[in-house]
Design a binder for this molecule. Structure first.
Ligand code: DX5
Ligand code: ZN
Length: 222
């Protein structure tokens, strides 16, 4: 049975109390770190020195989501900083296969992301190169946006292709995931769920993580 993984996004954490907020999600499977550069997306967050400190401080694997221009140049720096996985966007990367292989050579998992208006089918030709595909369920850039249910057909097509070819590629969804939408993404075949505001906006972040995981696990269909 596939086990659902929950990756809280620290975008909704308190950046002045990051160590405290990392401890609050100890029951998560990964910690999701959103890197934004004010160019690929309008927002600006944090860079490699802070990711390095997060990797040193947390026991969780660090899942770095690059929403930056020129990831071909910068992604390896995040691998060096100690990331467990590095995600880069279809709309920003020039040579995704070369970059995935470079990350693998550094011992880091490679993930390819599509925005809501981008098709997933072009990735089918290079699917074996990636450990995980991220299907955005909001337009990237900000936490707390409304979940885009219209992305579920894309998740399902991707899950069916992965199953048909006997691959173990993970499918991540990011944006608007909460205890009330978790079953929708899991039913469509997603198995790594990012949640920012639903975790850090909850009174008890650890409890919110368990709720999201339980609801998704009950609904998962491969
Ligand atoms: C949005 C980021 C997300 C964000 C999700 O561009 O990639 O990781 O933190 O936030 P919520 O879960 O609040 O939609
Ligand atoms: Zn993200």
């Amino acid at each position: 049975m596939t086990s659902i993984q929950i990756a809280p996004s620290i975008l909704s954490a308190d950046f002045c109390n990051l160590e405290r907020d990392l401890k609050a999600i100890a029951n998560a499977d990964l910690v999701h770190v959103d890197v934004m550069d004010h160019h690929f997306v309008p927002n600006l967050t944090l860079g490699e020195p802070i990711v390095k400190r997060i990797c040193e401080v947390t026991d969780l694997p660090v899942d770095v989501h690059l929403m930056i221009e020129d990831p071909d140049r910068w992604a390896p720096e995040f691998a060096k900083a100690g990331a467990y996985s590095v995600t880069f966007h279809m709309g920003a990367t020039h040579a995704p296969v070369r970059l995935a292989r470079q990350l693998h050579d550094m011992g880091v998992r490679a993930c390819f992301a599509v925005r809501p208006a981008e098709p997933v089918e072009p990735i089918f030709d290079i699917l074996e190169e990636f450990d995980m595909i991220l299907v955005m369920t909001v337009e990237p850039g900000f936490g707390g946006q409304k979940f885009l249910g219209n992305q579920m057909a894309k998740v399902r097509r991707l899950r069916d292709e992965i199953t048909r070819r006997g691959l173990d590629t993970k499918i991540q969804v990011d944006g608007g995931v909460s205890p009330t939408t978790a079953h929708i993404v899991a039913e469509a075949g997603a198995d790594v769920l990012v949640a920012g505001s639903a975790v850090y906006g909850a009174e008890d972040p650890a409890k919110a993580i368990d709720q999201i995981r339980d609801n998704a696990q009950a609904a998962y269909k491969d």
